[in-house]
Design a binder for this molecule. Structure first.
Ligand SMILES: Nc1nc2c(ncn2[C@@H]2O[C@H](COP(=O)(O)OP(=O)(O)OP(=O)(O)O)[C@@H](O)[C@H]2O)c(=O)[nH]1
Ligand SMILES: [Mg+2]
Length: 352
């Protein structure tokens, strides 16, 4: 939905839809964004809740155990601090959170642990909101999104999910197989492109990824693509030559586009723990990363990493991956996330 307002008027989109219908290619029109029902919203929320199940069990249940039927004292703060660190919230963020609680319990004369739990959730949401920002709105076509990250982080899968989403919203999507390095990487993206029904620009394995990017930008211009998504090879952030190759791809895209890319998303695997922070710092030195897609949250009990990323980086977590299905990539929203985690879904679902 977010691309349509800018690129084409609803009228133009309507016209196109009519044409498609005439050509007998009516494709799943029921997925038009206007018809996104409350039920769909609930479905998304349920997916988020079930994707966060492990973190609920490993972290939230523990915190709730600590914060039930207790007096607020130093022992409680220490236990809480330990639980936060164990859930990958990061030492800095965990200490900060507990300090906030100490201060507020003093200032607000909170003596019962249950009352403090509400304060903890508030402070968690505050941290999550610190840099929160959605995907950038498109200014002009093609909207160009490049995806970077270490091996196996979930780049290609995230691209597939994004392509699906944009396609559902009626956008013309083009993918570029910029991972020319890993055997099978091009085919993997091609499978996604076919499955979703979008075009793909590819070269042979082993060819220059900057050349793929060059072709992709020019194809996107020629084909009047709305959204171009560039895949890149996974790389160790410690390998200087690989990181500089990424810089080169970025420069070529920028030059051919004649402006900055719309998004450079760093894909981070939530199960890698605190290493996620150093990945973000090092990738940001190679290319101007504009946001994070945090994948595999469904695979970890340590979802606290979201807090560490939000608090310790100047980067927004924009997307979260909570499974392997198309719909398992969601926009990151601090309130929704906290509601899903702390089981306030009734409130959330009844809000409208
Ligand atoms: N459970 C779960 N699995 C995911 C998620 N995102 C990606 N994966 C899985 O993670 C594995 C690696 O994903 P890819 O998309 O191939 O990762 P990549 O970053 O492109 O990897 P390279 O191309 O090798 O650098 C695949 O098996 C995906 O199905 C997620 O949100 N949840
Ligand atoms: Mg890949």
């Amino acid at each position: 939905m977010f691309w349509k307002k800018i690129f084409r008027s609803d009228k133009a989109a309507e016209k196109e839809k009519d044409q498609r219908e005439k050509q007998g290619q009516e494709q799943e029109e029921e997925h038009q964004p206007e018809q996104k029902t409350e039920e769909a919203e609930r479905g998304f929320f349920k997916r988020l809740v079930s994707g966060l199940e492990k973190t609920k069990q490993g972290f939230v249940d523990k915190v709730e155990g600590i914060m039930t039927g207790r007096k607020v004292d130093e022992e409680l703060f220490e236990e809480l601090e330990e639980a936060l660190i164990q859930a990958d919230c990061g030492v800095e963020t965990s200490l900060y959170l507990v300090d906030q609680l100490r201060e507020r319990s003093r200032a607000e004369k909170i003596t019962e642990s249950e009352a403090l739990k509400g304060v903890l959730i508030e402070e968690i949401v505050r941290i999550l909101q610190k840099n929160a920002e959605p995907l950038r709105a498109p200014q002009e076509a093609p909207y160009v999104l490049m995806v970077v990250g270490v091996n196996g982080a979930g780049k290609t899968t995230t691209i597939g999910k994004l392509a699906y989403r944009f396609k559902q919203e009626g956008a013309r999507v083009l993918l570029a197989a910029g991972d020319t390095f890993r055997a099978g990487a091009i085919e993997q993206l091609e499978v996604w492109a076919n499955r979703v029904g979008v075009d793909l620009i590819k070269h042979k394995e082993g060819s220059d990824p900057a050349a793929v990017a060059y072709d992709a930008i020019n194809a996107a211009k020629a084909r009047k693509t709305d959204i171009l998504i560039l895949d890149t090879a996974g790389r160790l952030q410690t390998k200087v030559n690989l990181m500089s190759e990424l810089g080169k791809v970025h420069r070529v895209v920028q030059r051919e586009l004649g402006r900055d890319l719309d998004e450079i998303l760093l894909v981070v695997d939530a199960t890698t723990g605190q290493n996620a922070l150093s990945q973000a710092k090092i990738f940001s030195e190679a290319v101007p990363v504009t946001g994070i897609a945090l994948t595999k949250l469904d695979g970890t009990a340590k979802g606290g990493i979201v807090l560490a990323l939000a608090n310790e980086l100047n980067l927004a977590v924009k997307l979260v991956g909570v499974g392997e299905q198309y719909e398992d990539l969601q926009d990151f929203d601090p309130n929704t996330f906290a509601s899903a985690l702390f089981g306030r879904q009734e409130k959330m679902l009844d809000k409208d």
